[in-house]
Ligand binder design. Structure first.
Ligand code: KIV
Length: 279
């Protein structure tokens, strides 16, 4: 593929260069079929560690492993021809030391083919981000609410009101300084997210952070309405696929019980119809 091919996949420098131009469109994807849908419309397909809750029924992202991220990362890379794939580093795979982070980030990239990783944390992760970016690992940072720290934060709360605002701003500046090519702002108050976006040279990607960010990300199952009970304020449901699936399964169950499925058109006759004479 030539460097000028319209099918060249999006890479971290392209995302970095999008600062101040058209908003970046990001959705999570965890499987090849969803990745194909995301690839058709989005700039980035994020293999979020939210897959632990969304696909595997875990109570939080803390139980997600490298093996899970590699398995789903590979299947998303297979479904994307244009959108850039970013893979979350799971809890416990990068916090211990920059060397541990490098080993696991390199493994995620080498074993999936994704060109970038995402990790959670602000100023305290700056050394690690610098270590990775200097060694060929493009990093998307993630500040504000960092779900892997749910137990120290005391829940999935808005982060950055009142006294916390300056710390979130400093976190965003620190990850930029360390070399991150973009930063997710999660559950950050909209005014603060707008100020951070203006202060940074790298794109901000908001989730529950208002319209003033350089791009937006949502968990795909949330925006498709695949969960019937989970409705956080920051999620707009663009479809109600959970309800549609429930109705379809209920109809199937009723038809199987009533012996109206399968009908003849879904079954194979014992003999094929005789072919007519050739004219
Ligand atoms: O894990 C995830 O899906 C995420 C996004 C929602 C930002 O980190």
């Amino acid at each position: 593929m030539s460097a000028t091919s319209p099918l060249r996949p999006v890479l971290p420098p392209d995302i970095r260069a999008r600062k101040g131009s058209a908003p970046l469109v990001v959705l999570t994807a965890y499987t090849t079929p969803m990745a194909r849908l995301v690839d058709a419309h989005c700039d980035i397909a994020l293999v979020g560690d939210s897959l632990g809750m969304v696909l595997h029924g875990l109570p939080s992202t803390l139980g997600v492993t490298m093996e899970m991220m590699i398995l789903h990362g590979r299947s998303v890379v297979r479904g994307c021809g244009k959108a850039m794939v970013v893979i979350d580093m799971p809890f416990g795979s990068y916090e211990e030391s920059p060397e541990q982070a490098y080993r696991n980030a390199a493994r995620l990239m080498a074993e999936t083919g994704a060109p970038a990783v995402k990790l959670e944390g602000g100023a305290h992760m700056a050394d690690t981000i610098a270590f990775l970016t200097k060694r060929g690992v493009p990093v998307m940072a993630h500040v504000g609410l960092t779900p892997q720290a749910v137990n120290t934060l005391g829940g999935y709360k808005v982060v950055g009101r009142d006294d916390e605002a300056d710390r979130v701003m400093q976190d965003a500046l620190a990850v930029q300084e360390a070399g991150a090519f973009s930063v997710v702002l999660e559950k950050v108050p909209m005014g603060l997210a707008g100020r951070i976006t203006k202060a940074l040279d790298i794109p901000t990607i908001g989730i529950g952070a208002g319209v003033g960010c350089d791009g937006q990300v949502l968990v795909i199952d949330d925006m498709l309405g695949l969960f019937t009970e989970f409705r956080p304020k920051f999620v707009k449901r663009y479809a109600e696929l959970g309800r549609t699936a429930d109705e379809a399964i209920a109809t199937y169950a009723a038809e199987v019980r009533a012996c109206t499925f399968p009908a003849d058109e879904h079954s194979f006759p014992d003999q094929l119809p005789a072919k007519g004479p050739k004219s």
